[in-house]
Design a protein around this ligand. Structure first.
Ligand code: HEM
Length: 143
C-alpha cells in the first residue's frame, strides 16, 4: 500500500467513525430545538387534556417544559445537563396512576408523530422513558 492510499484509508476510517459517533438519537431527532418543541407541546397537552391534567394544577409549566427538554436531551445522548429535581421526589406527592402515565405516553406518541419524528426515533425515545415508570407512578404502600 502506498502512502497516499494509506492516508486515504485512515481518513475514510476517521470520517466513518465520526459519523457513527454522531448517530445519537439526539442528532437524529434534530437536536435541542426539536426536543424543546416536543416537550412544550407535550406539557401543553398533558396540562389540559382530561386524562392527565389533574396534577398540573398550579404548576409552573414553563419550568416543567425546560426540565423535561433537558432530560430528553440527556436520555437521547445530547450535550445537556439535567438541572431538575429527582424524578421520584417530583412525582411522589402527585399520586399519579398507571392510566395517567399511559395517557401521557400516548400524548407524547402523538406529538412525535405530528412533528414528523421517524418511527425508529419515536420507539427509541419511548423505550428510554418506559423504565422511569416506577419513579413516576404512585406505588401504594403495603398495609
Ligand atoms: C416518563 C414519564 C415522565 C417523565 C420523564 C417526567 C419528567 C418530569 C420532569 C423532568 C419534571 C420537572 C422536574 C422539576 O421541576 O425539577 C416533571 C414535573 C412534573 N410532572 Fe412529570 N414526568 C413523567 C410523567 C408524568 C406524568 C404521567 C404526569 C401526570 C400525568 C406528570 C406530572 C408532572 C407534574 C404535575 C410535574 C410538576 C411538579 C411540580 O412542579 O410540583 N409527569 N416531570
Amino acid at each position: 500500500m502506498n502512502r497516499l492510499s494509506l492516508f486515504a484509508l485512515l481518513f475514510c476510517t476517521a470520517v466513518a467513525s465520526d459519523t457513527r459517533a454522531d448517530d445519537s438519537l439526539y442528532t437524529r431527532i434534530g437536536g435541542l430545538p426539536v426536543l424543546q418543541k416536543i416537550t412544550s407541546r407535550l406539557v401543553d397537552r398533558s396540562s389540559t387534556e382530561p386524562v392527565t391534567k389533574r396534577s398540573f394544577n398550579k404548576v409552573n409549566l414553563d419550568r416543567v417544559k425546560e426540565k423535561l427538554a433537558e432530560q430528553f436531551c440527556v436520555l437521547a445522548g445530547g450535550p445537556c445537563t439535567y438541572t431538575g429535581d429527582d424524578m421520584k421526589l417530583v412525582h411522589q406527592g402527585l399520586n399519579i396512576s398507571e392510566r395517567e402515565f399511559y395517557g401521557l405516553v400516548e400524548q407524547l406518541r402523538q406529538v412525535l408523530d405530528s412533528e414528523g419524528i421517524g418511527s425508529r426515533e419515536k420507539n427509541e425515545l419511548l423505550a428510554l422513558l418506559a423504565p422511569m415508570k416506577p419513579q413516576v407512578v404512585h406505588q401504594p404502600t403495603e398495609p
